[in-house]
Design a protein around this ligand. Structure first.
Ligand SMILES: NC(=O)c1ccc[n+]([C@@H]2O[C@H](COP(=O)([O-])OP(=O)(O)OC[C@H]3O[C@@H](n4cnc5c(N)ncnc54)[C@H](O)[C@@H]3O)[C@@H](O)[C@H]2O)c1
Length: 238
C-alpha cells in the first residue's frame, strides 16, 4: 500500500524508547521528517530528524518543544503521542497513593492534552493525531487502577478532540502487551513464556503509520483495539 508520507512533518512524543522509537523509525522509513520529543535523549536516527527535550507534563516545555519542531518543518502533518508511564503494577488499591494516581494521569492524559493543544495551530486540513492508549482502556488486570483509568481517559480524549478539531483526524491505538522496556520492567521474563500473547513495537508502529496516512481518511475518533482477539471472547462456557 502506498502511504504517501514522504516529506510529511511528524512529531512523536516518547520517541526515545519502545513504541515511540519504533514509530519514529517507521515514519523515517516512509520518507517523513520526524521531530522526536522526549524527556530523555533519543538514540540517533538516520534521516531528517529534529530532537526536542521536554517533559510532557510541563506546559511551557511542551509549547517550546512543539514550536521548535513545527518551525523547523514549517508546520506539522502528524502528531503521535506515545509518551507514557505504567505507574504501579500489581499494587492493591489500598497501597496506591493519590500521588501515584496523579503522576500516571499527568503523563498519560494531561501530557497528551498538552501536546494536542500546542500542536493544533500547526496542523492543517488533512492532518492527523494518533495517541497510544492501551487495551487497558477496555479490559483490566488487578493492581493497575491508575494505568487503566488513564488509558480509558485517552480513548475519551481521542473522541473529544476528533469532534473539537475540524479538519484534523484524531484516533488512538490500543495494543495489548508490547515487548518494550516498559513491559519488560513490569512483567520481566513473563514476556518470554510460550503462549503468552506479546506483540512487537514495530507492529504497533505499522498501525500508527496507517492511521496517520491519508489511506485512513475516513477513520476519525476511533480506538483500534489490537489484542489478538482476546477481548472478543465471552464468558459463555463453550
Ligand atoms: N508496552 C506495552 O505493553 C504497552 C501496551 C499498550 C500501550 N502502551 C503505551 O505505549 C506508549 C509507549 O510505551 P512503551 O511501552 O514504548 O514505553 P517505554 O517506557 O519504552 O517508552 C516510553 C517513552 O516515554 C517517555 N516519557 C515518559 N514520561 C515522559 C514525560 N513525562 N515526558 C516526556 N517523555 C516521557 C520515556 O522517556 C520513554 O522514552 C505508552 O503510552 C504506553 O502506555 C504500551
Amino acid at each position: 500500500m502506498r502511504l504517501d508520507l514522504s516529506g510529511k512533518a511528524v512529531l512523536i512524543t516518547g520517541a526515545a524508547s519502545g513504541i515511540g522509537l519504533a514509530c519514529a523509525q517507521a515514519f523515517l522509513a516512509e520518507g517523513a521528517r520526524v521531530g522526536v520529543l522526549d524527556r530523555v535523549r533519543p538514540p540517533s536516527l538516520p534521516g531528517e530528524v529534529v530532537a526536542a527535550r521536554a517533559d510532557v507534563t510541563d506546559e511551557g516545555q511542551v509549547a517550546a518543544a512543539v514550536e521548535l519542531v513545527a518551525e523547523s518543518f514549517g508546520g506539522l502533518d502528524v502528531v503521535v503521542g506515545c509518551a507514557g508511564v505504567s505507574g504501579p503494577v500489581g499494587r492493591p488499591l489500598a497501597e496506591t497513593s493519590a500521588a501515584d494516581f496523579a503522576a500516571v494521569m499527568s503523563v498519560n492524559v494531561l501530557g497528551q492534552f498538552l501536546v494536542a493543544k500546542h500542536a493544533r495551530p500547526w496542523l492543517g486540513d488533512g492532518s492527523s493525531i494518533v495517541f497510544l492508549a492501551s487495551d487497558s482502556a477496555f479490559v483490566c488486570a488487578p493492581g493497575m487502577v491508575p494505568y487503566c483509568a488513564s488509558k480509558g481517559a485517552v480513548v475519551s480524549l481521542t473522541r473529544a478532540l476528533s469532534v473539537e478539531f475540524a479538519g484534523v483526524r484524531v484516533n488512538c491505538v490500543c495494543p495489548s502487551v508490547v515487548d518494550t522496556p516498559m513491559a519488560r520492567g513490569d512483567l520481566g521474563d513473563l514476556l518470554d513464556e510460550p503462549g503468552f500473547p506479546v506483540q512487537a513495537a514495530e507492529e504497533v508502529a505499522q498501525q500508527v503509520v496507517y492511521l496517520a496516512s491519508a489511506r485512513a481518511r475516513t477513520v476519525n475518533g476511533q480506538a483500534l483495539l489490537a489484542d489478538f482477539g482476546v477481548s472478543a471472547r465471552s464468558g459463555f462456557p463453550a
